[in-house]
Ligand binder design. Sequence first.
Ligand code: OXD
Ligand code: MN
Length: 596
Amino acid sequence: MTPNLDADSAPTQNRALTEWVAEIANLTSPDKILWCDGSEAERARLTEIAIASGTLLPLNQKKRPNSYLHRSNPNDVARTEQLTFICSPNKNDSGPTNNWADPAETYARLRGWLKGSMRGRTMYVVPYVMGPLGSRFAKIGVEITDSVYVALSMRIMTRMGRAALEMLGGNGDFCRGVHCTLDLNPERRLICHFPQDNAIWSVGSGYGGNALLSKKCFALRIASVQGRREGWLAEHMLILGIQNPKGETTYIAAAFPSACGKTNLAMLTPPPAFAGWKVFTIGDDIAWMRVGEDGRLWAVNPENGYFGVAPGTSAHSNPNAMKMLEHDSIFTNVAMTPDGDVWWEGLDDHPPDGLLDWQGHPWNQNSKDKAAHPNSRFTTPMTNNPALSPHANDPRGVPISAIIFGGRRATTMPLVLESESWSHGVFMGATMGSETTAAASGAVGVVRRDPMAMLPFCGYNMGDYFGHWLTMEKSIKRPPKIFMVNWFRKDRDGNFLWPGFGDNLRVLKWILDRIEGRVSSEKTPVGGVPKISDLDIRGLEISADQLREDLAIKPAEWETEMNSAAEFFDKIGPTMPKLLREKHQHLVASLAANGA
Ligand code: OXD
Ligand code: MN
């Protein structure tokens, strides 16, 4: 039986929305349509439904109130870049780094798959706002989904429900997201973006990065296209504020590929020697940045929660995260202890006896597989974060003084590197590479070019994206300084050269000193590096040799790096900005002059 599709039963006067919901309901034939209002009562109701169906397992409610475990289908544990498509009308608009499919053919194919697909299921209509309410940055999306896990997760990750419908009003536009899990068969799994229609269709996966359409699909792939059109930037960046002992706060945005420690950096706890310093989180994954009237770049975090990687999260690596996960969180694919708590590799050195692994099988220390999936996750509201910035909801955003690009690199990349100018910083971002991680399906630990950490998330031609970054210079009269960092360089024996985590504040402090002109940097062919004496290493056991090794620029390694960057630039082809090619040639020549 088709449910009541009468527009009068919808909690909105927006005809475009009610007609679209009716169209998708007619296609998918759900038993029920539920318009999510975002209320606490609704959360409780949906949680009961999820528990009854086995989608959520209650954790020990004394230890972790309102927290649940979700076990996903083992074939559905990470983003699937090979199944992710940009369906722009013109293939060149998606560019050589994205998969492209013809929009009309793709719509037809997906409609075929979705016909009657929600029979026996509830269709959740999830309206949401990205960005602080009342902000000029804010945008609306609506996700239709057949997954109660997705509906509950969207309530954590976005400003979901009534507020979105109020903002939408009778005529507002919105991103149309259709999500249907089908039977989770990888043969019928596709994540498709139609930037020209402000639309996303995601089918056959329940994994967060594929299924929470607000996140990678809207806030990066679709929004990057909107940002280019409207003159702003949608980036895969955390945003943090650093308060010095005088009480002055400086804001930094930083791009790192998935599972390279963005969440840890965004809520860093200063080392003991940094008494009086504080780090505040604005966001841990995505930044939307616009030029303000003062000529500075201002940023908001469009999200309202964190979808972070669990393994490696501990009282040492991220004490704030450990606090924020104490309640109101959904864990996905972590291990469960006999008393109904969570566990993952890196949480501590003592996996408790009697663990169930991420698939619910008994696990012990002799088991050959990990207890938690390497890409197991937590979903938690940002208000749980003890380090949340008082400006996280500020409609104006925060002014950005520095942009950092970072990768996971065992060699080549120094601890920190300063660019000479905006365009040189864009070149650094464009030539960035990183080792792959478990956040995407496929091989782990292979270096690939991942410019600005946006390779999987740029919704249009990457050459045009670089061009857009270069063009932004004209309107940013007071541009942030651009840096690169690498926390992951190793010595010859495979040991990390830098302790990382809270000690990364030492590097951020040097960056602040450079912004204020308090220290100088040493010029190298690839950018500026700190003088060892300018790095604040009070209370840190690290030798000058170790630091020198971590800051070393080795021309032969850079020659290999630039060869790989050249291959990438060639792959981009005609849209690759000439200015970046010239910078590349110039760098290769100066490396040769330095003995590469
Ligand atoms: C994420 C990712 O989940 O980048 O943030 O994969
Ligand atoms: Mn991410």
